[in-house]
Design a protein around this ligand. Sequence first.
Ligand SMILES: C[S@@+](CC[C@H](N)C(=O)[O-])C[C@H]1O[C@@H](n2cnc3c(N)ncnc32)[C@H](O)[C@@H]1O
Length: 321
Amino acid sequence: MHRSLRQLRPLVSSSKSRLCSVSAVRHNHQDAQTTASTSAGHANPAANVNSGEQGSRVTHFGFKTVPEEQKENLVRNVFESVASSYDVMNDAMSLGVHRLWKDDFVARLKPGARGPMRCIDVAGGTGDIALRILDFAREKYADRETSVDVVDINAEMLKEGYKRFKKTMYHNTPQVAFKQANAQAMPESEFPSNTYDLYTIAFGIRNCTSIPDVLKEAYRVLKPGGTFACLEFSRVNNPLLSTLYDQYSFSIIPLLGTILAGDRESYQYLVESIRKFPPQPEFAKMIADAGFTTGAMHEGKGGAWTDLWGGIASIHTGVKI
Ligand SMILES: C[S@@+](CC[C@H](N)C(=O)[O-])C[C@H]1O[C@@H](n2cnc3c(N)ncnc32)[C@H](O)[C@@H]1O
C-alpha cells in the first residue's frame, strides 16, 4: 500500500525501538566471538565487528574505526547531508555510468517476465532501482501489477524518492510504497516473513554495520524461490585499472563533492567505504552462509557474481530455496 511521507514518521520510532532490542541480542551473541581489530585500508570484511580498547565493539566508517553503535548515526548523517544533491552527484561522479549499471542490473532480473512480482528495494534511497523495475515490467511485459516497497533508513533520501515518484504514473498507486526501516532489522509487522519475490539492494549494503544481519533479513522476507540481488562497488582485479580507479576515486570524487555539494567529507566516506567492502568471493560466501543458493564460487556464467567494468561494480545473486 502506498505510504505518504507523513506516515513515515511513526515508522521511524517503531523501527528504532525494535532495533535496540535486536542489536542487544546480537551483541551478546557476538561477544563470544570477538575478532582482532583491523586497520585502515582493505580490511577483512568478515571482521566487520571487532573489539575496541575498553572491549566496546568497533567497526569501520570509511577508513576510520568507530564504536559499532555510532556507525548507523554517522551513515545517516552522510545521507542526510547528500540527499538533495545525491542524484546529480551520482551522475557527476560516475559520469552517468551508474545508470548503465542499474539498467543492466534490472534487465538481468527481468521483473515481470513470469508475471507480476512483489519486490522490495532495500537501501533504496531516491528510488532509482524501484523506478527501473516498474518501468521494465511495464515496458517489456505490459505489467502494471508488479510492485516495489522502497525501504531506507533515511527519511531525507526517501523524501527525495517520493518527490521524484510524484512525477510518475506510479504515484498514488499500489505499485510503490516508501517505508523507513533499517535493513538489518526490518519490523516483522511491516515486513512479514516469506513475502517478496525479489529483494534488491544497490550500493547500500556496504553502508550497513552488519552485512550478515542484512542478508539474514533478506532471507527472512523473501518467499521460497525468491531472488536476492545486490549491485555494489567491488574489487578491481586489473592492476592498471585499479590504479587509475584509485586515483580518480581519491582525488576527483571528494573534489566534486566539495564543488558541487559543498561536502567533501561525505564523499570521502563514500569512496573509503567502497574499499572496505568484501571482495567478490568473500561476499558471495557470506550470501551462501546466509542460506541462499548461489552459482559456483567464480565470476561470470554459472558463477555467484558478475563483474561490471572490470569489477568496479559487481552483481551478486542468490535464491532462497
Ligand atoms: C549510496 S545510497 C544508494 C541508493 C540507491 N539504492 C541507489 O542505488 O541510488 C545508499 C543508501 O543506503 C541507505 N542506508 C544506509 N544504511 C542503511 C541501513 N542500515 N538500512 C537501510 N538503508 C540504509 C542510505 O540512507 C542511502 O539511501
